[in-house]
Ligand binder design. Structure first.
Ligand code: IPM
Ligand code: MN
Length: 355
């Protein structure tokens, strides 16, 4: 029976709406081809809406989002709003509210895309970062005392629960098995300094690892992993790490795969409602210029279909992305695609129609 999905769309700030429009164009094209239907409901959240109404993310919006199958988000962050208000009030709130405990970020260099790493090609750069997405330094634990005085104290603690860490690690092992590539899972931590938090991580990693004898395990400190990601990216298959380290290393990952315009991401609750977003920001100064590469948003939509169980449709989107990056776009990494944002969306949609 053909399926019917309700997708909540939060285009958000800056160039978010432009890239999301292309993702939706591609989703509509592929759903028509495969005979399932996607109903898109747009929510006007973000900096402009906040400044006009004072509203960040109302409870009734959360209720409405709870009734949908997935959330598709563009970008959150506005230059005229104090940092933290929108990021914490919308993006992190959604990740936490829906308990999207996995932040999945593929780092894949597609053919035709330039990497800044000399001598490395698509066969060398193909791994996935599984970032814990609901705990760590992002949990908001801490506070400040005597703010603005010479006696000021600021404390920001990293929360690591056995349950939260273990479910993330288990997901990473499963992901590694499913990928069926190098079958290697690397834990990225800082066991030499963060001897409480990463002791817990390491023990959970070793214990869960016993259930996966087919997966090779490895460990790297976060600073060293930044070095290896540049020097020997071919060593990695799946990397699992905490929220903060995952945030940092995936920006590095985005650069070695050709830039933010390529880097897709997904905030996943395997048992609930997931949210799909390109990892790049709102790029305010490029708003409305139609120069941002929508491939990251299109690939995020592709992961959404995969997660919803529409694997054939998802694969066709990836084929389109592969073709367009290989044959059509010019110097993507340098930000010179040779096409507008809309034209790139058209190229992927045309591929889907014709194949
Ligand atoms: C990301 C972003 C967010 C994060 C910000 C905007 C809160 O950098 O999705 O990586 O730190 O998680
Ligand atoms: Mn980030």
């Amino acid at each position: 029976m053909p399926k019917d999905y309700n997708i909540s769309v939060i285009p958000g700030d800056g160039t978010g709406p432009e890239v999301v429009a292309e993702g939706i164009k591609v989703l509509k094209t592929v759903s028509e081809k495969f005979g399932f239907s996607l109903n898109f409901n747009h929510y006007d959240l973000g900096g402009e809406h906040y400044m006009a109404s004072g509203e960040i993310l109302p409870d009734n919006t959360l209720d409405l989002l709870s009734k949908t199958d997935a959330i598709y988000l563009g970008a959150i962050g506005h230059p005229d709003v104090k940092p933290g208000i929108l990021e914490k009030g919308i993006l992190l709130k959604l990740r936490f509210y829906f308990d999207q405990y996995i932040n999945l970020r593929p780092v894949k260099l597609y053919e035709g895309v330039q990497t800044p790493i000399k001598g490395k090609g698509p066969e060398d750069i193909d791994f996935v970062v599984v970032r814990e997405n609901t705990e760590g330094l992002y949990a908001g634990a801490g506070g400040c005392l005597k703010r603005g005085t010479p006696d000021e104290v600021a404390i920001q603690e990293s929360i690591n629960t056995r349950k939260g860490v273990e479910r993330c690690i288990r997901y990473a092992f499963e992901c590694c098995r499913k990928r069926n590539k190098r079958k290697k899972l690397t834990l990225c931590g800082k066991t030499n300094v963060l001897t409480f938090a990463f002791d817990l991580w390491e023990r959970a990693f070793n214990e869960v690892g016993e259930e996966y004898p087919d997966i090779e395990t490895d460990y790297a400190h976060v600073d060293a992993i930044c070095m290896w990601m540049v020097k020997n990216p071919e060593w990695f298959d799946v990397i699992v790490t905490d929220n903060m380290f995952g945030d940092i290393i995936t920006d590095l990952g985005a650069m070695i795969q050709g830039g933010m315009g390529i880097a897709a991401g997904a905030n996943i609750n395997p048992e609930g409602i997931s949210m799909f977003e390109p990892i790049g920001g709102s790029a305010p100064k490029y708003t409305g210029k139609q120069i941002i590469n929508p491939i990251a948003a299109i690939s995020s939509a592709q992961i959404m279909l995969e997660t919803l169980g529409e694997s054939t449709a998802s694969s066709l989107i990836e084929e389109g992305v592969i073709k367009v990056l290989r044959d059509d776009l010019k110097d993507v990494a340098a930000g010179k695609m040779g096409y507008t944002t809309q034209e790139v969306g058209d190229l992927v949609a045309d591929y889907i129609v014709g194949n």
